[in-house]
Ligand binder design. Structure first.
Ligand code: CA
Length: 224
């Protein structure tokens, strides 16, 4: 999961980054509203953590603009302004949750997980996918109680395809969700193909159900 932290207090921002990285998130930082708007317009994020008190604008404007760009990250407002009005306005504009400063980082992580489950439809419990069982909490894939050994990134890739089942995901979407945002000229679509090939091979050692479809010229889709 790819997170943009919009917070002008550098020490707090850095603290959040260190913590979220240890939880397995990919993090980028923006210290002004202008910087945040630019990043959201170009990149794909799963989460935007948004401080409302920014030096150059009101954080709420960023959510407003984002709707115009048609990007859809989950917004979590983080602010010292504990005012009910801000909270109501933020949630009205489409923010997914709200957390007041000061907060414990573990609390932030719990909120992000809850929002993630809702917004990205990440199942709270195990899921049957064809002949396999995916255990989202323990990050395991099994087939008749035999574990399919996937690397961390391979699991993330499979996980992302499964929660978006029946939707075609482009190679770039898969790339940015799992490895983070990169410049267009550094983007190598073969990279995803190689990882998909590995996941397929590992699963096909156990079963041959054709559940992962390559959509020519676009990307991949899981149907079950
Ligand atoms: Ca601030």
């Amino acid at each position: 999961m790819n997170v943009l932290i919009v917070e002008d207090e550098k020490s707090l921002s850095d603290e959040i980054v260190v913590f979220l990285k240890s939880e397995g998130y990919l993090c980028e930082q923006a210290f002004t509203g202008a910087d945040a708007s630019e990043k959201i317009a170009i990149n794909l994020y799963d989460f935007v953590l948004l401080d409302l008190g920014l030096p150059d604008c009101d954080g709420l404007d960023i959510i407003n603009n984002d709707r115009a760009w048609g990007s859809e990250p989950a917004f979590i407002i983080i602010t010292a302004r504990g005012e009910v009005q801000d909270k109501v306005k933020g949630l009205d504009l489409g923010a997914d949750d709200y957390i007041a400063k000061p907060f414990a980082l573990t609390e932030l992580a719990a909120r992000m997980q809850a929002v993630g489950r809702r917004k990205f439809k990440i199942p709270g419990q195990d899921m049957n996918v064809g002949e396999f069982v995916i255990e989202f909490q323990s990050r395991k894939v099994t087939h008749n109680d035999n574990e399919v050994l996937l690397t961390r990134k391979e699991f993330d890739l499979l996980n992302y395809l499964v929660i978006n089942r029946n939707k075609v995901l482009t190679r770039q979407q898969l790339y940015e969700h799992i490895w983070g945002n990169i410049l267009e000229d550094q983007y190598d679509s073969n990279f995803i193909d190689v990882h998909i090939k590995n996941v397929r091979r590992k699963l096909n050692e156990f079963a041959s159900t054709p559940w992962l479809e390559t959509v020519r010229g676009i990307g991949y889709r899981v149907s079950f």
